[in-house]
Design a protein around this ligand. Structure first.
Ligand code: AHR
Length: 516
């Protein structure tokens, strides 16, 4: 334990032992609920800005240490997060991506124009082989979004055959000639992206038919069938979920395993002036957290539709893009979507995790946008330099919740965080029994200045708790290449008294504890 973390543990211990508890949290750990799908902690990587090129892929000839072209520092940091799944190649990019451009000798690959993101030249160095190499390096599952907008069922069917066939057909032989003998395991296949917008400006009725046509021709071998995910709606609407569920009847040739939805958090809610990533006023700390909490209603209303129309709980809800979206910094390319990441992003991520756990019965996956250098990224790079962001640390803190069983947590008392006549809960709580059998508790304090006093009880006496805490010196505390460890977690430990645990959750913080 470092001196810093020792001091913060002592401070917490002091606060917890001297202040009367205001909020009571009761954990019903004798009544475990649904499993929190590990894929709720999924990632998304698109051909956008430096999301792939420079951020993940530097090429085999680069002076940056790499494994077959993938940066070692980034891969190692991502491995430490235990990333369960990566979605690729888009995003809007997916509906203009032709997979054949990205296979074969790299120096002979087509140079295309990335019309979705800034018209930059795409040399297709990172293609199907490189993507699967990445997910295999990470130990993650593959989620491939296929081109519906400018593609065809035939192009998709051939890509699926190229990836999954073990037969001696021309496409599998081509894969072998390109260096991969065995098929890859394709876990998830997304049929288009944002079909309502950049994926084709379709109505839900029209897309539903297009979905049926494409999905009918996904002919992967029996032992390598991907789950098939339809492109759904965004923000508060439920119409796409309704249309897809109502009109796609599964048969031996057609399946529907999930519906994807997107939700981005903008501090102002205004796409023309979204708000700054750092240097923002408290009003935008509040509005950002308040807007992100709207995800609870969005999830609940879509889950309600799914529960009505799919009583067997077969079709999952997939939030395959979410996160913060700020104004690009002055001088930065608008199409790169590169933004700084602060303590606000970490607190927001943890609020989302807690909300995701609440609908664990239906929510099968979420993918934060995006993994490296784009929007709410885990990692930022600058040439050979790399840093991990506060959001990275939030994901790291929540690792024990992957595949854990949610525990009912009832909260009594407690107060709101109020600003400008509006209020959001000051404390957000989640609890689960991890795959190691331990009871984990996640606490988020949204208040910028006030600690929250929490008394925790479970079905049997608590003796102690230990874990990690993330906070920062200011609302926009962030890491820079000069100071990459300004925001990082510290270890915390608590001793319980009379079987209950008192925790002072510091202002603007996340605390994750294992209870004993
Ligand atoms: O993540 C950036 C973009 O946001 C994606 O390409 C698109 O699907 C969404 O609108």
């Amino acid at each position: 334990m470092t001196v810093r973390s020792l001091l913060s543990s002592l401070l917490l211990l002091l606060l917890s032992s001297t202040v009367a508890a205001e909020t009571r949290v009761r954990l019903e750990d004798d009544k475990p609920g649904p499993t929190i799908d590990k894929n709720i902690y999924g990632q998304f990587a698109e051909h956008l800005g430096r999301g792939i090129y420079g951020g993940i892929w530097v090429g085999e000839g680069s002076s940056i240490p790499n494994t077959r072209g993938m940066r070692n520092d980034v891969v190692q940091a991502l491995k430490d997060l235990r990333i369960p799944v990566v979605r690729w190649p888009g995003g809007c990019f997916a509906d203009q991506y032709h997979w054949r451009d990205g296979i074969g000798p790299r120096n002979q690959r087509k140079k295309t124009v990335n019309a979705s993101w800034g018209g930059v030249v795409e040399d297709n160095a990172f293609g199907t082989h490189e993507f699967f190499d990445l997910v295999e390096l990470l130990g993650a599952d593959a989620y491939v979004s296929v081109n519906v907008g400018t593609g065809s069922p035939q192009e998709m069917a051939e890509w699926v055959e190229y990836m999954t066939s073990d037969a001696k057909g021309t496409l599998a032989n081509l894969r072998r000639a390109n260096g991969r003998e065995k098929p890859w395991r394709l876990h998830f296949l997304g049929v288009g992206n944002e079909a309502w917008g950049c994926g084709g400006s379709m109505t839900p009725e029209y897309y539903t038919n297009v979905y049926k046509q494409f999905a009918t021709f996904i002919k992967a071998p029996k032992d390598n069938q991907p789950l098939v995910i339809a492109s759904g709606g965004s923000n508060k609407e439920t119409n796409w979920t309704q249309q897809l569920l109502g009109n796609v009847k599964e048969s031996w040739t057609l399946r529907l395993d999930g519906i994807s939805h997107h939700y981005y958090t903008l501090p102002t809610g205004n796409w023309d002036r979204k708000g700054a990533a750092i240097g923002f006023p408290e009003e935008e700390w509040f509005s950002t957290l308040s807007r992100t909490l709207e995800i609870r209603g969005i999830l609940a209303s879509n889950v309600r539709v799914l529960n009505q129309l799919d009583k067997k709980n077969k079709v999952g809800f997939y939030l395959d893009e979410w996160g913060t979206w700020y104004d690009s910094a002055a001088g930065a390319s608008q199409s790169d979507l590169y933004q700084q990441n602060s303590l606000r992003d970490a607190v927001l991520a943890a609020l989302n995790f807690n909300a995701f756990h609440e609908v664990a019965e239906r929510l099968r996956m979420t993918n934060i946008a995006q993994m490296v250098n784009v929007l709410q990224a885990m990692i930022l790079t600058d040439g050979e330099r790399m840093l991990v962001t506060p959001t990275y640390h939030a994901f790291h803190l929540y690792r024990p919740f992957q595949g854990a069983r949610r525990i009912p947590a009832s909260v009594r008392g407690g107060s709101d965080y109020r600003l400008g006549g509006k209020a959001i809960p000051k404390l957000s709580v989640t609890a689960a029994v991890g795959s190691d059998g331990k009871l984990y508790l996640g606490l988020v304090n949204t208040h910028p200045k006030d600690a929250e006093q929490v008394r925790v009880e479970r079905s049997k006496p608590i003796t102690k708790a230990s874990g990690r805490m993330l906070t920062g010196a200011s609302l926009d505390a962030h890491n820079t290449f000069a100071e990459p460890n300004r925001v990082r977690p510290t270890n915390v430990e608590f001793t319980a008294a009379k079987g209950t645990l008192d925790v002072a959750v510091p202002p603007r913080s996340i605390v994750v504890l294992a209870l004993e």
